[in-house]
Design a protein around this ligand. Sequence first.
Ligand SMILES: Cc1ncc(COP(=O)(O)O)c(C=O)c1O
Length: 346
Amino acid sequence: MAFIDGIADFRSDTVTRPTPEMRRAMAEAEVGDDVYGEDPTVNALEEESAAAVGKPAAVFVPTGSMGNQLAIGTLTRPGDEVLCVEAAHVRNYEVAAAAAVSGVQFRTLPGPGGQMTATEVGTAIDQSHHHMPRITMLVWENTHNVSGGTVVPYEMMVASTAVARLGGLSVHIDGARIFNAVAATGISAEDFAAVADTIQFCFSKGLGAPVGSILCGSKEVIDEARYMRKRLGGGMRQVGVVAAPARVALRDRDRVAEDHKVARRLADGIGDRYPEAVDLARVETNMVVVDARAFPFPVAELVDRLNKQGVIIGTLGPHLIRLVTHRDVNESDVERLLAVIDEMRR
Ligand SMILES: Cc1ncc(COP(=O)(O)O)c(C=O)c1O
C-alpha cells in the first residue's frame, strides 16, 4: 500500500517504513548490552537468522555493506584478490571498503545477470600465476541487483563453487535479497547458503525492516567477524530495539512473493503498452528494468509527471528506469503509474 502520505515510491525496496507490528516490537523489545552478548533480542535474531540459512552462527550488523566487508576481512589477507562479477555491489557500491579496510582487490568476470560459469572461474584461477595476486575468495550476489533482481541459478553456483573450492577459495554470498531468490525458485535459503562459507542478508530490503543485516557462517568465522565488527565501530549496545523489527521481518520473509506478483503486473502493464520497453523474461523477482527509449516521450518528463502524482521512480542511467516493488507499494499504485503513462501517450 502507498505510504499514508499517498506517496508510492518505486525507487528501491529500502524505502519501506516499519509496520505497526514492527513499531510495537521495538517499543516492547527486551534489551541488554550487545557488546557483552547480553541483548536477548539480538541473540534471538542471530539464532533465528542462522537457522533460516542453515548456518551455525550469525552476527547482527548495521548494514549489508558491513556484512559483506566482514566476510571479506575475515576470509582474506591483505594483497589477496576476490573474484566477483563486474557489476557486483561489493565491488562498485561499497566505497572501496575492500581495498581500504582489508587491503584486497577484485578480479572480475563479465557476469551478465550476476552469473559466473565454472569455466570462467577455473580460467581465472588458472591464470593467477606466482607473480600475480592470489585469488582467495569468490563472492556471489543473489539476487543480482544491477541486472534487475535476476536470480543466479543455483546449479551454476554449485558447479562454479566446486571449481573455486578446488582452487582453495573461500566463498561468500551477498544475499542482500536471498529470500527473493528463494521465492522465485523454490530453492531453500539453506541450499543456497550451503554453497558458501558465509552469507549476508538484509532485513532492510525486501524483508521491510527499518535497519540491519546479518552475516551467517561457522562459529569460528563469525567470532572473528564479530571482533572485526567491533574494530570498525559496529559494536552496538541496547540494539534489541532495532533487532526486534528485524525479527518480525524475518518471520514474514515469504511475503516477498507478493512483491514479485506486483512487479510482474507492472512489467506486463508497461510491456502491453510498449513491448520494447521491458524484457519480460528478466523480470524474475521484485525489480523491473525499463528501457525508456521505447517511450514516445522523454524520461525526464515521465519522472516529473509521476512525481506530481505522488509516484516516485528512479533511473539507472540516461535511458534506464528501475522500478522496485516492496511492502509499501501494491497493484493500485501500479495502476496509478500506468495511468500516467497512458495520459502521456495522448
Ligand atoms: C546486493 C546488495 N548488496 C549489499 C547492499 C548493501 O546494503 P546496505 O545499503 O545496507 O549497506 C545492497 C544495497 O542496496 C545491495 O543491493
